[in-house]
Design a protein around this ligand. Structure first.
Ligand SMILES: CC(C)(COP(=O)(O)OP(=O)(O)OC[C@H]1O[C@@H](n2cnc3c(N)ncnc32)[C@H](O)[C@@H]1OP(=O)(O)O)[C@@H](O)C(=O)NCCC(=O)NCCS
Length: 282
């Protein structure tokens, strides 16, 4: 079974030989050249966007390609340490830097590892994207934002300065962080542990969303699923009272201030088109 989701299985586009390598991963090393070839071809498919760690549809569950996650873990077993350099600065690592940036604007200081993928029209400010991360067309990854391994970022998203999008490789079955199309993630937000920011949601600066985060509607008091910022919600970090044997304390939660109408633009968050303008043609 190469792909798992909420009870469903789907065929992976990646070579089934990966599953066999996974079974004997404890014995693999960079000296296994055949294994290395198989893994390199699979990471390259992720890099080119031909394969993807997870598939996201707005309505359905997130479909995770477990084989793709195995590819990434295997890469750390079979790739040798290698030197690379930018200017005078030398790196020593197993995963090389990404070199395929079709239609992407890459501002000096941005770093992306091979095996991440960017659709055309992405703008990378000095940020970091790890292996397996996927970023959709027209998205702005702002300064010091990090896109963790396998995180799935939609189209026309703004990941503001210093945002931390968590990665996921283990345990098997773990779902990556998903930020859907048109979402805004405010400065220094942390979105981790398979949390999901739904389409068009606006997350206030400094909010923290984990799989455990409870989400409440300020108008109705309704509670939404944990770890999910609802579609088109304008949500900010908040606290809720909680009684423990040791006394009354406050725990963090997320508060939905209001929900934007379909197509409504948040007056404070409209991003000047010139910032997204990738203009990669000379
Ligand atoms: C979330 C946000 C869009 C809310 O804007 P808004 O819909 O206009 O909401 P308001 O400013 O009217 O605030 C509503 C209430 O929530 C509070 N609030 C707003 N943002 C908050 C935040 N990030 N954290 C905690 N509380 C917040 C306000 O104090 C206000 O309460 P009050 O009426 O008692 O004063 C905005 O506060 C924000 O965080 N913008 C992101 C800025 C950013 O990160 N830019 C990126 C630069 S790279």
């Amino acid at each position: 079974m190469s792909i798992s989701t909420d009870g469903q299985t789907v065929d992976s586009v990646l070579d089934p030989a990966i599953d066999e390598l996974w079974e004997r991963r404890a014995d693999l090393s960079p000296q296994d050249t055949d294994a290395r070839k198989t893994v390199v071809a699979a990471v390259d498919a992720l890099d080119a966007g031909e394969a993807r760690v997870a598939h996201v549809s707005a309505a359905g569950p997130v479909v995770v390609d477990e084989r793709a996650k195995r590819v990434i873990l295997l890469a750390f077993k079979v790739l040798p340490m290698a030197e690379s350099a930018t200017g005078d600065f030398h790196y020593h690592d197993r995963v090389p830097l990404k070199t395929r940036f079709d239609g992407v604007r890459v501002v000096p200081g941005a770093i992306a590892r091979w095996g991440s993928h960017f659709e055309p029209g992405v703008v990378l400010m000095p940020s970091y994207t790890n292996i397996g991360g996927y970023v959709g067309a027209g998205t702005l990854v702002d300064t010091w934002a990090t896109v963790g391994s396998c995180a799935q970022i939609g189209r026309n998203v703004h990941l503001s300065g210093g945002v931390g999008i968590g990665g996921v490789l283990e345990p098997p079955g773990a779902v990556p962080v998903v930020v859907e199309d048109e979402a805004f993630v405010g400065s220094r937000c942390m979105v981790v542990e398979g949390a999901r920011v739904r389409r068009g949601a606006k997350l206030g600066a400094g909010a923290i969303v984990t799989a455990s985060t409870r989400v409440f509607d300020a108008t109705t008091g309704v509670e939404y699923p944990r770890g999910e910022v609802p579609e088109r919600a304008v949500a900010v970090g908040s606290t809720r009272a909680r009684t423990f044997p040791g006394g009354e304390f406050s725990l963090p939660c997320l508060l939905v201030l209001r929900t934007l109408a379909e197509g409504e633009i948040h007056d404070k968050l409209a991003l000047n088109d010139v910032l997204r303008e990738h203009g990669v043609a000379p």
